[in-house]
Design a protein around this ligand. Sequence first.
Ligand SMILES: C[S@@+](CC[C@H](N)C(=O)[O-])C[C@H]1O[C@@H](n2cnc3c(N)ncnc32)[C@H](O)[C@@H]1O
Length: 222
Amino acid sequence: MHRITGPALRRCAAWLAALPAALAVAAGPAADLAERRDNPPTTIERGAEVPAALVAPFVATPMPVVDAMLALARVGPVDFVIDLGSGDGRLVLAAVLKFGARGGFGVDIDPVLVDYATRKAHESGAANRVRFHVRDLFDTDVREATVVTVYLLPIAMDRLEAKLLRELAPGTRVVSHDYPFRGWAAERVVALDVPEKHDYTGRRSTSLYLYTVPARPASGTR
Ligand SMILES: C[S@@+](CC[C@H](N)C(=O)[O-])C[C@H]1O[C@@H](n2cnc3c(N)ncnc32)[C@H](O)[C@@H]1O
């Protein structure tokens, strides 16, 4: 029996307010979806204590959506792709293996997911170009990125928006799955029909948001 206490309990309440279906899938019968059959169990499925820093449970982006996110960001050979909250590693691995990115890394708070993604990197021959780290995404140095991908709950987005705009180089592309940044105008919004998402979000529609980090005003400019 796992214990959820203090800050973790408050975060659970926030998830429930933000997206009930997301927490339900982490604990519920949707775990045996074909999409996730090969995935490691989530923190909640393992009965492990929920980390206080967790800002979204593990729900894998369906592969057609992974491809759409990377295409939207125009990922190619010059790119270095960082996935913040990388789960089983699929976005970073697809960036390198399918889109030819020169490299990338993912960070996740869950060591089981990081081990899994690292194993997948070795099995797929991508280990020389990708890395996965156990790290809080808010403590992650993102400056190397030319593309950042995220699939996180709304409670993470305001804080993340400020971090990305502060740290990323102008021209860096950011793609968010389903949840927009509230203070940053998206360059493109793409709507997709993804039937397999109905089982765990209760809806088939998916929205992808593309952002590009703007040039910074020259110092001294008001
Ligand atoms: C919705 S899943 C997305 C997984 C993957 N990016 C994808 O799209 O398939 C969110 C992931 O973020 C991780 N996560 C949540 N809070 C985190 C934090 N503070 N730092 C790093 N990872 C975090 C979770 O463990 C989970 O694997």
